[in-house]
Design a protein around this ligand. Sequence first.
Ligand code: NAI
Length: 338
Amino acid sequence: MPKHTIVLIPGDGIGPEVSSAARRVIEAAGLEVEWVVVPAGADAIERHGYDNVLPDVTLDAIRQHKIALKGPVTTPVGKGFKSVNVQLRQKLGLYAAVRPVRSLAGIKTRYEGVDMVIVRENTEGLYTGIENEITPGVVTSLKVATEKACTRIAQYAFHYAMQRHRRKVTVFHKANIMKLTDGMFLNCSRRVHEEQYPEVAYDEVIIDAGCMKLVQDPTKMDVLLMENLYGDLVSDLCAGLVGGLGVVPGSNIGADSAVFEAVHGSAPDIAGKGLANPLALIMSGVMMLNHIGETAIAEKIKTSYNRVLADGKPNTLTRDLGGTASTSDFAEAVIAKL
Ligand code: NAI
């Protein structure tokens, strides 16, 4: 019997390529694992014949096994089905998206020493998707903030900061305009700080100025706490500070289960060409291994990809990092260093 059973969702676009690379690296590093492979996204309908982009078989597998590694899935723009990711996070109560953004040796960017973590509320805000046409030519979108969810995500961020000896939690908000919803987010954050985590440093910034500060000097930032939409946007912005979407991992954490996935999407522009960088999903796999207590295997993989990056050989770096390696070439290079 393998020690772990983990759900694997290959996803759409570059998803199958990067998830197969991550799976190979994790297995080569020695994890005793049985993968339960289930579909989501267009893949569920087109290849597996389900009538739904998030079939029950997928939700049930995650509920049963608690841990999933997930490739990206495509969501149609301006029409079609509700985002699979939003549904998955809401249905499984994966309330905290945790996205570490760090400078990596060997990846040259404008900044050095970036080391921050975005903690994004993952279940409400504008992503409830409650939109209405009031009358032709007038549409609305409802932003929802509940005290329960705002408090829960603030507790998660402060707890995370304290456990990992981080310097500070900074809330990004727009409570000057959205006085009730972002006001609720801010008030809950302040209360959690004052009542439960006064020893963690805390500050807040209006998000527009926060974005300016991020691009001026991201090394001044530490744990960034924000609601759903802001966290989505700021994650990609921050990815751009450390080498792009190919190098930023993530996790979606709930009380009962956790789904690990990269920040990037299904990248239809490069899908099926072997051009995708699998590192972000491999790093998400490392987060998953730490989460399930396989810290030695996690460390082994981390050391290996860091060595590949530090070597900086064009034939072992993918194109987004200036190299010529394919998705599987990169995975093989990491495996060779294990
Ligand atoms: P995207 O993240 O898929 O791509 C943005 C740009 O980054 C593209 O030029 C792409 O080629 C590049 N890129 C992304 N990941 C890369 C990787 N691993 N290696 C090298 N280059 C990479 O964002 P986009 O184009 O806005 O969205 C495409 C689709 O993905 C949409 O349907 C969107 O809804 C979905 N999406 C899914 C997510 C998920 O499943 N977690 C997250 C974000 C978007």
